[in-house]
Design a protein around this ligand. Sequence first.
Ligand SMILES: NC(=O)C1=CN([C@@H]2O[C@H](COP(=O)(O)OP(=O)(O)OC[C@H]3O[C@@H](n4cnc5c(N)ncnc54)[C@H](O)[C@@H]3O)[C@@H](O)[C@H]2O)[C@@H](O)CC1
Ligand SMILES: [K+]
Length: 502
Amino acid sequence: MRYIATGQEVFRIDEFATNVIGIPQLVLMERAALRIAEHVKERFPAGAHVLIVVESGNNGGDGIAAGRILMMEGYDVEIYWVDGLKSASTGFDAQYAIAKKLNMKFVDELVNAGYDVIIDGIFGVGLSRAVMGRQAEVIKALNDMDGYKLAIDVPSGIDATTGFLLGTAFHADATVTFGLMKLGLLMGMGYEYAGEVSVVDIGFPKQAIDFVEPRLYTYDPKDVEELLPHRKRDSHKGTYGKVGIIAGSKNMAGAALFSAEAAYRMGCGLVRVCTVEENREIIQSRLPEALLTTYKEDDIDTMRSAMKTVMGWADVLVLGPGLGTGEAAQYLVDKVLRSFDGTVVLDADGINVLSEHMDLFETMHSKLILTPHLMEMSRLTNQSVTDIKANKYDLAREFAKRHNVVVALKDARTVVSDGGLQAYINITGTNGMATGGSGDVLTGIIAGLLAQGMDRFEATKLGVCMHGMAGQAAAEEKGQYSMIAGDIVRSIEQIIAKEAEE
Ligand SMILES: NC(=O)C1=CN([C@@H]2O[C@H](COP(=O)(O)OP(=O)(O)OC[C@H]3O[C@@H](n4cnc5c(N)ncnc54)[C@H](O)[C@@H]3O)[C@@H](O)[C@H]2O)[C@@H](O)CC1
Ligand SMILES: [K+]
């Protein structure tokens, strides 16, 4: 698990480290500068022509200090100070004074002098408003120059919390960011402008990070091994739980298939698909491993008896994919949520039905996991997609808390909340996953984990993470354009580490 910090959180961590613990600011700055210099040294030999562009804040102080280190190691360093701020930070002043005494080369004009490396030390996490005037002109000129572009901490012009472009921003090939990953480097334009991001340690003590307790965290692929439910030698199919999948309507068998196969691939013991009679043949021929219960949409008795069977049998249910929103779907959602007291992963049409019957939250017995995408969240909350996008963390948390559910709000960066202060933000996945059926696969993955005994919140977070990893594996094989949901299902086996098997 690792934290993803907002700009404000980083600021508070800095403050705690320097003011409360007493680590001198210049010590942190020197370590930051060393890491920047290392990044350059790993890629360019001594003698390379390096331009460092700075403003008078601490980000600029890091820049000058990095320039000093590189100069001492034989690099041809020039510094351009934009000098557009009313006052300079003490860190910057100190670095500037040292640079002057060492006769470092400051250039008066920004010219395209064939630099090998261009380092951006204009603004870091201190950026608080749109970049304009002189600084904006400089950033634009730098973006037009050739050379390897490296941003210190955050590309200038990117909001470290939201990833929004504030006016204009430095378009980096790489960003070396200090202490913790910043949320704004993962989202929106920040993700595009940051290039390849490396998070480097500069000595923020653990106490400072624990004190601030950042709100968001994520899993890395290496966490997956540890988090996966371990399999015992002495086991049988009942050990790994039973997943019921209530999904698919006429001509919509795929949703049930993707979800069912994903649950099996995640390692659950048995899957029963509960769907319309018309889907019988395709399910049996495509996934003979699944048990099957069918009903007729125009015959309530068959639906009632199918629900009785699946609810009496399953440990965990998936409800909604490809279900439609007509009377039959409304009956099924109402029936299941009122009677089934296990965990239900509610997705797609299931969510759409629920958003028309919000009173169900008062009477339901199921423990719910909701996996809405932005449009579905908009229906659930009556808020615009734009507002939801800008406020994902707060909205997911509020909703989860109010209704006592777990929410996975799906987006390029899915957020998972159980209503508690800390939420999970997902960083796996690829845009190739924006393909029909991809969400159905996620429901099956989560249900498969639940069936093996994981708790609601844990299963949802790990499921979202692994879904993204499977998507990446599928994209590697088939390409972003051509990959389809079936490829994601087929990639699950690749990402379940052998180590998870005892
Ligand atoms: N505080 C610490 O403990 C450390 C900070 N470090 C560096 O310090 C950076 C943060 O430094 P600062 O807080 O000095 O801020 P920055 O250097 O990011 O920005 C400088 C100043 O610009 C002003 N400003 C903000 N937006 C502006 C705009 N649009 N137009 C014009 N002026 C604007 C603000 O007054 C801000 O303080 C980090 O990103 C990192 O690079 C590192 O030295 C490591 C240690
Ligand atoms: K910067």
